[in-house]
Design a protein around this ligand. Sequence first.
Ligand code: NAP
Length: 295
Amino acid sequence: MILLDGKILSKKIKLELSNEVNEIISLGQRKPHLVAILVGDNPASRTYVSAKEKACNEVGFDSTIIQYENNVPQEDLIKKILEINLDVNIDGLIVQLPLPKHIDEHLVIHSISHKKDVDGFHPINLGKMMLGLPTFLPATPFGIITLLKEYGVNTIGKNCLVLGRSNIVGSPISILMSRNTKFANATVTLAHSKTKNIKNLTMNADIIIVALGKERFLKSDMVKKGVVIIDVGINRIKSDRTRSGWRLVGDVDYDNVKNKASFITPVPGGVGPMTIVSLMKNTLISYKSLNKNKN
Ligand code: NAP
């Protein structure tokens, strides 16, 4: 079994990014700048935004977190987004999801300039992805593709099963894995909560990408020997092994499934760090594209 180590690979990519930033600075130009908007006090969202801020510091980007109370009026949020869209010193804008119920998530995503939408959630960017045009790929699918490519996992003609059809992970990765490109070219099945006989599908899959949010859902008796496993899930469970009293597990029963897998991502340390570094990559792409005529 080969561990698809997102921690090691993301470190390598961060080093490459920070070298590029040093070059930019040495030319007397400003650093790339990522802004994150955080609404409310969801602890998981706070943790994700802090991790993104830390990554910005590591690669040498400027980063700003704009924090709003849970009851912020939708108009205030949109007004701020429109301001940021016009700010020439900002290259990337993300709004941490989920948002409180009184805010229309689609409207918020629509309001972000597609040129600064480094999360790749804007319909224009999703449409470009669908057509195979250059764009910001959503960070988690982008990270998964990078990981599979780097480890030389053969995807061509393989049966790839994606469990979960969210707009941010399951649906976009199913499109990317089925694309007619040098990489990918898999035969993709997308399963969800209404899918019948999931075990029949998992037993037939060469590659399984699990994005459900169901702790240790995929068991070893559900997969065939040699399967490639990408575990996107992040679930917090109680634990007497840690000082905090909890630990993170994925959607895969890792300890048992790993014995049958040819390649597998751990949780933590697999897809998570690849998601964050992919966001950094998108921010640098945006910086270069927005500033190409100025430098
Ligand atoms: P989500 O929006 O929570 O949706 C879950 C998906 O799983 C839905 O499509 C749902 O089907 C499906 N589902 C739920 N129970 C199922 C079952 N028993 N059998 C088959 N399908 C089932 O998904 P998400 O936002 O992609 O998040 C999934 C997990 O990934 C979460 O743990 C999240 O924290 C984690 N995540 C991790 C990263 C990272 O960087 N590592 C990034 C994003 C998300 P329906 O559509 O029919 O409801």
